[in-house]
Design a protein around this ligand. Structure first.
Ligand SMILES: [Zn+2]
Length: 150
């Protein structure tokens, strides 16, 4: 494993502001966490990715750890290998939508479904957080698409 390099504070600040303090994958807000989120290299350093802000995303520890150095994942619906979601190139709302109760992220595309599965975006603990945040009207994040109730 390559030695961990720290990004300059100004770049970390820029990434955090641009993400509106949301994990750019699971859309958990950093605001009420007791620890700051991490900066993800969308294309990992090990695959030739750089520290250019266009290759960086704000990611919670869980999403960053699950993503690891992967670029692709399996779409559970088609069983095809597809690129993981890229928050710099793709709008979140084109690939994901909240279930009508706001607790689950639903994939709209092969990339959306593969990213949900690979990063485990509907893990039990984050669903509990979403449920608690819904009760105090701070979830889902403002502007995110939500499925209509059936
Ligand atoms: Zn996350």
């Amino acid at each position: 494993m390559a030695p961990r390099r720290n990004l300059p504070d100004a770049i970390q600040h820029q990434v955090r502001q641009r993400a509106a303090e949301l994990c750019e994958y699971c859309h958990t807000t950093e605001q009420w966490q007791y620890i700051l989120f991490t900066i993800d290299h969308i294309v990992p350093i090990s695959h030739g990715g750089t520290d250019d802000p266009e290759n960086l995303a704000l990611a919670c520890f869980h999403c960053n750890r699950r993503k690891s150095n992967q670029l692709t994942a399996n779409d559970p619906q088609t069983n095809e290998t597809v690129p993981l979601f890229n928050p710099r190139l793709q709008p979140w709302s084109e690939h994901f939508i909240w279930s009508s109760n706001g607790l689950q992220i639903v994939g709209l595309t092969p990339t959306g479904r593969a990213t949900i599965a690979c990063l485990d975006l509907n893990r039990d603990r984050v669903i509990l957080l979403r449920a608690a945040d819904t009760l105090v009207n701070r979830h889902p994040p403002e502007g995110d698409p939500i499925q209509k109730p059936k």
